[in-house]
Design a protein around this ligand. Structure first.
Ligand code: SME
Length: 153
């Protein structure tokens, strides 16, 4: 999807999500709602979900899409890279990313955005995979970072 079209789509989703998340103060309810809306409204999202660091293990949380790895090997792959660098990572071709963890061989590109708790500490990541190559751009990064802020708004 081209950037201009994405931008318009994210703008409308953001408005919809802002209203939806207000219906509950429950963090998990908000997180799950964000995943459901994104996954079903963005046709290039093949897998959409969170990994949270729990007892030192990067463990899968709410998600939509094919069955995923439950726990990611420590300090390996894209999720751990974004978590360790504390910044969003965009991978145009996952097969060229050293250490990439393939939960499903149909994934070709990926974006991982750090996820914060209410105090601003990074506790995990939002991970989106696409079966298209180079599906994600700076536009996805900016909007997904903004959408995650709704969890604690
Ligand atoms: N590809 C990720 C693992 C999670 S799956 O994509 C759902 C990684 O390299 O961290």
């Amino acid at each position: 999807m081209e950037d201009r079209k994405k931008d318009g789509r994210y703008g409308r989703l953001y408005k919809q999500l802002s209203e939806l998340v207000l219906k509950s103060n429950n963090t998990q309810a908000r997180m799950a709602t964000i995943i459901a809306v994104l996954h079903h409204k963005m046709e290039y999202f093949f897998w959409t979900g969170y990994y949270l660091l729990e007892d030192g293990k990067m463990t899968v949380n709410s998600y939509q899409g094919p069955v995923a790895c439950q726990v990611l090997e420590k300090n390996k792959g894209v999720c751990w890279a974004a978590f360790n660098q504390q910044e969003t990572v965009i991978v145009e071709d996952v097969h060229a990313f050293p250490g990439h963890i393939a939960c499903d061989s149909r994934s070709n590109s990926e974006i991982v955005v750090p996820l914060k708790n209410a105090e601003g500490k990074i506790i995990g990541v939002l991970d989106v995979d696409s079966s298209e190559k180079a599906a994600f751009t700076k536009v996805d990064a900016l909007w997904l970072e903004k959408i995650l802020e709704l969890i604690h708004s």
